[in-house]
Design a protein around this ligand. Structure first.
Ligand code: NAD
Length: 428
């Protein structure tokens, strides 16, 4: 997201636009334009050298009409209350469009996690819970990892909460390590869900899935599993992936004429996501510039790396052959570029529908924690498939009924569900 754009202003503008289309009552608009509750707190933490450093922490609960607030905790040096508010708002829409019984929340700490030792990180995680634990819980608000936080950190936070409550409460937080209440299937969930929505879109467009081609930006968690699932579930071919090289801080596109082999590429990618170029070349990969993924003649484009990569300046590079744009990443398309996609009739699967597989699996984690009974990976992915296909169907039906662009239809469905929950609870 560009530095000039206040993300919360953007979230409010997006909401206002759909609220106008939907003819929402003023009271509903007032409730949903702002979070229900916001917490900002100080976090004094003892550093390894004995000194005390004071951090600022946030937790925002945007809306919990449909169920406990849900959303990650970011540790980032440039974290602001407005970023957290925006992300909490988007979580409300994402959980509602996925039709899981959760609301929207988000949290954060202003800190560069790389500046902390492991024990300092642990103390900061525990302090964050100490500051806000009374407002968290499986029935109130359930955090998860996000930028700068990890499953291990969720494990410490769950432990701290359980100590304060005097009982084991794994469902207070998701994204925990396997063996400490985490769910099987979570690693694959987002990329898998992306491809389920692509499968449903192909079906709607009357196109056979087998033999379809895709071009993917990114080769991290979402992209790796999207690539595998596109090949294994749909029988498609992924012509290229594009990712960042940490050695020269440049993005490259790795193309193979027979389609990439994601397992091989994973085997030559280091823990920071950098592909070994020599080994890739030896295996017949052509290495092009980082933007090449965008202009490939493929059926499906899957941006699954970072935000703001399809812009007014480059949207025309998208090949006329592309039928579907599946937004695996959050916010990959700018508002200007979106207008062009709409005019060109490219079928867009909007981010908060397309990548909702992650939060849906987090919800499954919480359900398993509550039951204290754990599913196999196969069961998790089967349930995820049903849920994602159902979410896609709900949005498509709205788009067809009201003749809406898919992104507008997704907002329409999400906002409508939250409004209905607020009415049924007697808030309005
Ligand atoms: P990740 O950090 O695992 O991977 C990011 C990938 O993007 C890496 O391969 C990196 O090399 C690549 N990349 C970074 N900058 C690039 C550039 N300029 N050009 C090309 N490649 C570049 O992240 P992730 O978890 O896969 O998340 C990707 C996107 O999906 C993000 O927008 C994230 O918010 C969103 N998302 C992730 C999840 C999840 O469960 N992981 C869920 C919902 C949404």
């Amino acid at each position: 997201m560009s530095d000039q754009v206040n993300p919360f202003k953007l979230a409010q503008d997006q909401f206002d636009q759909v609220a106008e289309q939907m003819g929402l009552e003023q009271s509903v608009r007032e409730m949903l334009r702002w979070p229900l509750r916001e917490f900002r707190f100080q976090l004094p933490v003892r550093m390894d050298d004995g000194s005390i450093r004071v951090f600022f922490g946030f937790r925002v609960q945007h809306n919990d009409a449909r169920g406990p607030a849900k959303g990650g905790i970011r540790f980032a040096a440039n974290e602001t209350l407005d970023t957290v508010r925006a992300l909490a708002t988007w979580m409300t829409w994402k959980c509602a469009v996925a039709d899981i019984p959760l609301g929207g929340g988000k949290g954060g700490v202003v800190v560069d996690p790389a500046s902390l030792s492991t024990s300092e990180k642990e103390r900061l995680c525990r302090e964050w819970i100490d500051a806000i634990w009374k407002n968290l819980g499986p029935r109130n608000d359930v955090p998860a990892p996000d930028v700068g936080t990890t499953p291990q950190m969720m494990g410490w936070m769950m432990d701290e909460y359980s100590k304060l409550r005097g009982e084991y409460v794994p469902g207070v937080i998701t994204g925990k390590p396997i063996g400490s209440g985490g769910s099987l299937g979570r690693t694959a969930a987002t990329g898998f869900g992306v491809v389920v929505t692509v499968r449903e879109a192909l079906r709607h467009l009357g196109l056979n899935a087998a033999g379809r081609t895709a071009s993917i930006q990114g080769f991290g968690n979402v992209a790796q599993y999207a690539a595998r699932t596109f090949i294994e579930m749909l029988g498609g071919r992924v012509l290229c992936i594009s990712c960042w090289d940490r050695n020269d801080r440049t993005a490259y596109t790795y193309t193979h004429e027979n389609g990439v082999d994601p397992y091989f590429l994973q085997s030559i990618t280091d823990q920071y996501g950098t592909v070994n170029q020599e080994q890739a070349k030896k295996a017949g990969y052509v290495i092009e510039d980082g933007d090449a993924w965008r202009s490939k003649d493929v059926d499906v484009l899957i941006p699954a790396a970072v935000e703001g990569v399809i812009t007014r300046e480059n949207v025309e590079q998208i090949s006329p052959k592309v039928k579907i744009l599946a937004e695996g990443a959050n916010g990959p398309t700018t508002l200007d570029a979106d207008r062009v996609l709409k005019q060109r009739g490219i079928f867009v699967i909007p981010d908060f529908l397309c990548n909702a597989g992650g939060v849906t699996c987090s919800y499954f984690e919480q359900v398993q924690n509550d039951m204290n009974y754990y599913w196999t990976e196969e069961e998790v992915l089967q349930k995820l498939d049903l849920k994602m296909a159902g979410a896609f169907k709900g949005v498509l039906e709205k788009a067809l009924e009201k003749k809406l662009y898919m992104r507008d239809a997704a907002y329409w469905v999400a906002i409508g569900r939250v409004e209905m929950a607020m009415r049924l609870r007697g808030w309005l």
